[in-house]
Design a protein around this ligand. Sequence first.
Ligand code: SF4
Length: 359
Amino acid sequence: MMLDEKIIDQKLASKYNNLVKTDDLLPIKVTDFYKKKVLEEINTIGKGGPLYRSVVPTIEKINVKTSVETRDYVEEDKHNPVKNCDYIIQKYDDRLVFIITDVCFAHCQYCFRTYNLSQFQKSNLKETIINKVHILKDYLKINSNIKEVIFSGGDPLSIDYENLKYALEELNNWEIRIHTRAIVYEPSVFSKQIIELLSEHNVRLVFHINHPYEIDSEVENKINEIRQSGIRMYSQFPLLRGINDNSKVIIKLLNKMDELYVRPLSIFISDPISYGAVNRVSVMRIEKIMDEVNWGTPSWINSTRFVMDTTIGKVRRENIIKREGKCLTFMRDGKTVEYYDLDDGIDVPTDLNKLLWKD
Ligand code: SF4
């Protein structure tokens, strides 16, 4: 997708597009709905605001690197229980992730799945959704401990109604959770027909909303409409430098979701992935933001967990067993994993006036 000069310097866009080919980044992709908000932001504070950074690459994204980063920190490709089926990812006994599609409405610049998603998108060996569902169902039938299937992607709501209906009907015996960013990128996707379908199958909907300005009146109305159908709504989002790296932004977002009856679950610490340093926050600041959110808010806000996804599953501050220089060691279920903090000088806190420019 080409964005014009008003949004991105064309030399930068072309440099980024080359990296899409050579370094497996995700192509620039933004919906018209979200682009309008990005333009509103540019017209007020110029380029580089929170919504801008969510979908438009910056020169810092290309240039800022830290000593330890990897393409896929959580190593999803090592957790595929069914041979040759990279779309089934299982890290826990009782649930698994089903990559029902590799298509997203827009590409988030901070996507932790950038590498794997770019591989799915380039693959010539695409399975139909019907085949994927069949293979998944066969696996579920012989693994009775799995109770929940988490539809992820890509954005599961980017698939057409008939395929979604098929998948939900076939997997009716399992709890279904859908992770989506459609609500902020393309809220019109939640048509009456889709809402009825999700409601009928008692789906849990987990929104990824990163910033309070992503919730405008149209998004708010849609969330209200979904709520009236009885669908259980949750939220989780990453902590991202340049987008929401201040406790005031996080608290404002969590309060907004509380008003809308969206239950917050987790705030994710950004993975140390290639081209991800631009969005990462240093451990010292992560802990400061956590404490400000945890100790300065009522229970319905501070019950939100700060977690980090790793090869050994999700870990929290309580799982840290060693701090040595830049290296933190986490332990869970007898297994350990290391996480390296950002190099010094990278994590410059974003100006709150920029993060909350409307307030
Ligand atoms: S919608 Fe999800 S999968 Fe797609 S780019 Fe954004 S974070 Fe990644």
